[in-house]
Design a protein around this ligand. Structure first.
Ligand code: ADP
Ligand code: MG
Length: 321
């Protein structure tokens, strides 16, 4: 795994805690024992998923599907098919807020690459027309996937870390680990309780402050905590915050009145997709989605209001008021 992302970080090497690069971000896994095999297996599982799902690696299924858009169906692995089926199911249920076909718009805005230029309305319109989940043809008999039109492309950025976190947990549990904290670039899975047999404390990022400044803490065990926010990757121009979560309907960075959404749930895949979708949907529709999927959430609005769903009231603690 390429560990360039850690170049400027002070890394402590500990047997039961590892920091590593992958899925385009910095990850950390902490376990309650020095079971290096379990740790190695969990980390290589994440690397394996990156090789399968990254839109940047030429050998990945997603890269090959994107390259063949408008040309021909691409043979893919069973696991990719399963994940794509699930992602399409979610794209269909989330009322146009979440779409794994969003890549033409992600490419246009290039916010991840530090671009600060705003595309023209015409460019946005053209890219938006390419984003259509019904143009993705999944053929399970032949195990192929086809994007109907040239220029269309998949982007699992809104779901891959969640899925990988679920998988890392599964691998650790398979090796007998009962206590772990998996953090894949902010997608957190808390397995069991911590070494002091207490609930894990998960800091919730203040979206108006630099990374690492929290406004609250969640006390949790055996669940996932996933945040989507406009503070991750963004630039501000003429008072507007241009960030990396796109509203597929407008083709522009979502302006839903929210700064961040944190989801607490069982499945990290669902939580990852939901956090992105709820961020795009805004407070009211996002709250409805939380009820529908029976998950808990914390919303931070542009007016700095914090809304915590009922199920989290006893688990949420304010800090730095
Ligand atoms: P992060 O990756 O920062 O944790 P998210 O889980 O919200 O945040 O995912 C954002 C990423 O998902 C973007 O970088 C992009 O690759 C992709 N994406 C952006 N907008 C959408 C959307 N509306 N639906 C699905 N994926 C999206
Ligand atoms: Mg997400």
């Amino acid at each position: 795994m390429n560990d360039d992302c850690l170049k400027n970080k002070n890394q402590r090497v500990e047997k039961n805690k590892r920091t590593f690069c992958g899925l385009g971000t910095v990850n950390q896994i902490e376990i309650d024992s020095d079971n290096t095999l379990a740790m190695d297996l969990a980390i290589s599982r994440i690397a394996q998923l990156e090789l399968l799902l990254s839109p940047f690696l030429p050998q990945s299924d997603i890269y090959r599907i994107n390259e063949a858009a408008g040309l021909k169906p691409t043979k893919i692995k069973k696991e990719t098919m399963k994940l794509l089926k699930e992602s399409v199911g979610l794209s269909n249920k989330f009322m146009g807020t979440f779409d794994i076909n969003v890549r033409p718009l992600v490419e246009l805005w290039k916010i991840k690459k530090g671009n600060r230029a705003i595309p023209t309305q015409n460019q946005i319109k053209q890219a938006r027309e390419l984003v259509n989940v019904s143009d993705l043809i999944l053929d399970e008999t032949n195990q192929t996937v086809f994007l109907k039109r040239a220029g269309q492309a998949l982007d699992l950025g809104g779901i891959a870390k969640g899925y990988a976190a679920d998988e890392a947990k599964r691998v650790l549990e398979g090796k007998g680990i009962t206590s772990a904290l998996i953090n894949l670039g902010g997608n957190i899975v808390a397995l069991g309780k911590n070494t002091e047999k207490e609930q894990w404390k998960i800091g919730i990022q203040n979206p108006l402050k630099p990374t690492g400044i929290h406004f609250g803490v969640l006390h949790v065990n055996d669940c996932t905590v996933v945040t989507s926010g406009s503070n991750e990757q963004f630039f501000i121009k003429d008072g507007r915050r241009y960030h990396h979560i796109i509203n597929p309907k407008t083709g522009e960075p979502a302006e839903s009145g929210l700064l961040s959404v944190t989801v607490v749930a069982q499945s990290s895949l669902l939580a990852d997709a939901l956090a992105t979708a709820m961020f795009v949907a805004g407070l009211e529709a996002g709250y409805e989605l939380a009820k529908l999927y029976e998950i808990e959430a914390i919303f931070v609005t542009e007016g700095a209001d914090v809304i915590v769903t009922n199920g989290l009231q006893n688990r949420f603690e304010w800090i730095n008021p």
